[in-house]
Design a protein around this ligand. Structure first.
Ligand code: HEM
Ligand code: HEM
Length: 219
């Protein structure tokens, strides 16, 4: 066991991750139950979370920043060549392919919450921005919203399978790091983050929550 553990994932990124997992699952579940009131609430929560994460990708701590996991094209090729090599662990944050999958997940979640805001059940439930589009457009958006939900869960299953692959084959315990924030680093290669920037995160959380509240109630 390693004693040399480095803080890599800040608290906001970790909270975002597990909160978005819960809110997406609850959005799905509430839809299965035809409980649109709860579906709206969990959808607004997911919207606030994804807006938070996108802005955090610019002002968060080092490894949460998009810039830290968007690489040069040659780096993707180099990474793919060593993909089936065991226990490399060169990257402290998201590796090149991991970074791409993160961007894809964040994008589909943004699209899901965005389209949800225009959706309706053609009968009783009309999302806050539904008035801004025609009935037929809203119908198409709602249909797309249903398809994109399946895309999200398809990608999420792939995401989990890849993490299991890393655990079993590459012997990297990624999940523990998404819980504790820390990764073992016996070879002293990673530069830890100095902290979680919690004050900034709290201010940002208040701002995005207020923005979503305003969109829902005043637009
Ligand atoms: C956060 C992620 C979300 C997920 C995973 C999700 C998932 C779903 C799913 C699976 C459906 C069923 C589509 C179908 O049967 O064709 C649906 C419908 C719907 N969603 Fe979402 N949704 C999300 C966010 C939102 C948001 C933010 C709103 C905005 C209030 C919203 C409003 C609606 C409405 C109005 C419908 C149509 C209900 C109906 O056809 O009876 N959703 N959603
Ligand atoms: C609906 C299900 C899920 C979604 C949508 C999802 C989405 C995401 C996103 C967007 C990230 C990027 C984190 C960031 O930088 O903000 C991420 C990373 C991560 N997720 Fe998930 N996740 C899901 C389920 C899970 C589950 C069930 C596990 C654990 C078993 C898990 C483990 C991880 C780990 C370990 C990372 C970091 C990967 C790395 O080290 O590069 N996720 N996930």
């Amino acid at each position: 066991m390693s004693n040399n553990k480095k803080l890599i994932w800040d608290i906001p990124t970790r909270l975002f991750h597990w909160a978005i997992v819960i809110s997406l699952c609850y959005s799905w579940y509430s839809m299965e139950q035809s409980n649109l009131d709860h579906h709206f609430l969990s959808g607004y929560t997911a919207l606030a979370l994804i807006l938070f994460r996108i802005i955090w990708g610019f002002i968060g701590s080092r490894y949460a920043k998009f810039g830290s996991f968007i690489y040069k094209p040659s780096e993707y090729i180099a990474y793919l060549k060593t993909f089936f090599k065991r226990g490399d662990g060169k990257y402290a944050g998201h590796n090149p392919m991991g970074g791409l999958s993160v961007l894809a997940l964040l994008l589909v979640i943004l699209i899901q919450t965005g389209t949800g805001m225009f959706a309706d059940d053609e009968y009783y439930y009309f999302a806050p921005l539904n008035d801004y589009v025609s009935g037929s457009t809203a119908g198409r958006i709602t249909e797309f919203h249903g398809i994109n939900a399946k895309v999200i869960f398809g990608l999420a299953i792939l995401h989990i399978l890849v993490i299991v692959f890393y655990r079993l084959f590459k012997k990297e315990k990624l999940t523990l790091a998404m819980i504790t924030g820390k990764k073992p680093d016996d070879q002293d290669r990673y530069e830890p983050i100095p902290g979680s920037r919690l004050k900034t995160a709290i201010v940002l959380a208040v701002i995005v929550s207020a923005a979503v509240y305003a969109i829902v109630n005043y637009l």
